[in-house]
Design a protein around this ligand. Structure first.
Ligand SMILES: Cc1ncc(COP(=O)(O)O)c(C=O)c1O
Length: 431
């Protein structure tokens, strides 16, 4: 798409503009100098409807004329109504909803508070490579030390256990002969490593920042059984996987996860409007409002954006189309992966994919991932992002859910050219 095309009104109303030096338009970020970048990663994974979907733009425009702020006593009921349509699509047993957060980090803290208050227990177990936020608590909860290193006051929070990362199994096992050791070991961590007072396990249906790690079949089912045996709740952090990303409203239903509490943020605002929510089993609706609230929680703009987004994303035809496009995207990426000597695995589901880059000896190649992303940006005008956690050698591909067939094809064509160029130049991995 040329930048001149960007200035024209498009038939589906994609012409609305965001403020600031750069602007977003559908799947495109246009820089001040007119350079048009095709965004293959949905902003910060938070614009599932593209940068300016008319349904959300109109809703927040209309709402802003009627008030940007109202105290929560005036928005509480509306917040429940807004989230109601999600409950029809939620995993079994999830029937209550809260909307008091603007970020995924505090939504996860809300979930932890619920789990602690409901169980009377303290600790939360999380996974290696997980990301649950950037507050002091959720940085401690996340399964990587690099964001904690500079902050002596922010130690790791709770026990971490190995993630179901089959491509580089922490136990050096192979699925299915491993007997799902990574799930099985939970009982040992509870018994031998925890404080003895474990309220919950927090998991992402697909580990996003950890490298687009899709747990193997049976993993979440086994985790559920062990948690049930120990009276431990499961929190599904659906900040990345929620709202249609995997082709279903909740990622949990795609991967066989039956959580007690679900957190949402990112995609819930449709075009990047900050909003978070927490859904739970009815009996876990235990928090008094004073126990978790923020000045701008459930503000009218967030409610308007979430309402419009939920209306678009819960539409059955919309979701079927996401699944269809996701299958096309995945098949094409797998083809690229097979053809490229840089790629050791392509994994994902729905519209959430990652390419793991490795050296000829099989070791992780983060330099090559960075180089592919640089070449894609500078020579193909394609926005990609690396996994920041673990080895940093996964290139993430997660276009907005509204991507049309030609945009999906364009993303994979540009990525293919970037891979070929880096491979021919010997990459940065000593090839
Ligand atoms: C899975 C997951 N949980 C939580 C968060 C934190 O969300 P926020 O940045 O809105 O606080 C993120 C952000 O990247 C995330 O990917």
């Amino acid at each position: 798409m040329t930048s001149s095309v960007l200035h024209e009104a498009l038939p589906n109303g994609r012409e609305a503009r965001s403020s600031g030096s750069a602007r977003g338009l559908g799947l495109t970020v246009e820089l001040e100098d007119g350079t048009a970048l095709l965004d293959a990663v949905s902003g910060t994974f938070n614009v599932p409807l593209g940068y300016n979907h008319p349904a959300v733009v109109d809703a927040i425009r209309e709402q802003s004329a009627r008030g940007v702020h109202l105290a929560s006593e005036f928005t509480r009921d509306r917040a429940r109504q807004v989230l109601q349509p999600l409950l029809a699509h939620a995993p079994q047993g999830i029937s209550a909803a809260w909307m008091r957060d603007l970020t995924g980090s505090t939504a996860n803290e809300c979930a932890v508070r619920i789990a602690q208050k409901a169980t009377g227990r303290a600790e939360v177990i999380s996974l290696f490579l997980s990301h649950h936020g950037q507050t002091l608590y959720t940085t401690g909860l996340s399964g990587n030390a690099f964001r904690r290193a500079a902050f002596p006051a922010g130690p790791a929070t709770g026990v971490k256990m190995p993630a179901p990362y089959c491509h580089r199994c922490f136990y050096a096992q192979s699925y299915p002969d491993c007997g799902l050791l990574c799930a099985e070991r939970l009982a040992d961590f509870v018994e031998f490593a925890s404080s003895g007072s474990v309220a919950a396990v927090i998991v992402e249906p697909v580990l996003g920042n950890g490298g687009n790690v899709v747990p193997p079949p049976g993993y979440f089912e086994r985790l559920r059984e062990i948690c049930d045996q120990h009276g431990i709740l499961i929190i599904a952090d659906e900040v990345q996987t929620g709202l249609g990303r995997l082709g279903t409203v909740f990622g949990s239903t795609t991967v066989g996860l039956r959580p007690d509490i679900i957190t949402l943020a990112k995609g819930l605002g449709g075009i990047g409007v900050p909003v978070g929510a927490v859904l739970m089993r009815e009996e876990l609706d235990v928090l008094d409002s004073y126990e978790h609230s923020f000045t701008s929680g459930a503000n009218p703009l967030a409610l308007a954006a979430a309402e419009a987004t939920i209306r678009v994303i819960t539409d059955a035809a919309f979701l079927a189309d996401v699944r269809r496009k996701g299958a096309v995207l995945g098949a094409r990426l797998r083809q690229l992966g097979r053809a490229s000597g840089l790629v050791s695995e392509v994994r994902g589901t729905g519209m959430m994919w990652g390419l793991e880059l490795s050296r000829p000896d099989g070791s992780p190649a983060p330099e090559t991932a960075r180089e592919v992303i640089r070449v894609a940006r500078e020579e193909e005008r394609l926005i990609l992002r690396p996994s920041r956690y673990g080895f940093g050698n996964v290139v993430k591909v997660r276009p907005a859910l509204i991507a049309d067939d030609s945009e999906v094809a364009d993303i994979t064509a540009r990525l293919e050219r970037a891979l070929i160029r880096v491979e021919r130049s010997g990459g940065k991995a000593g090839r």
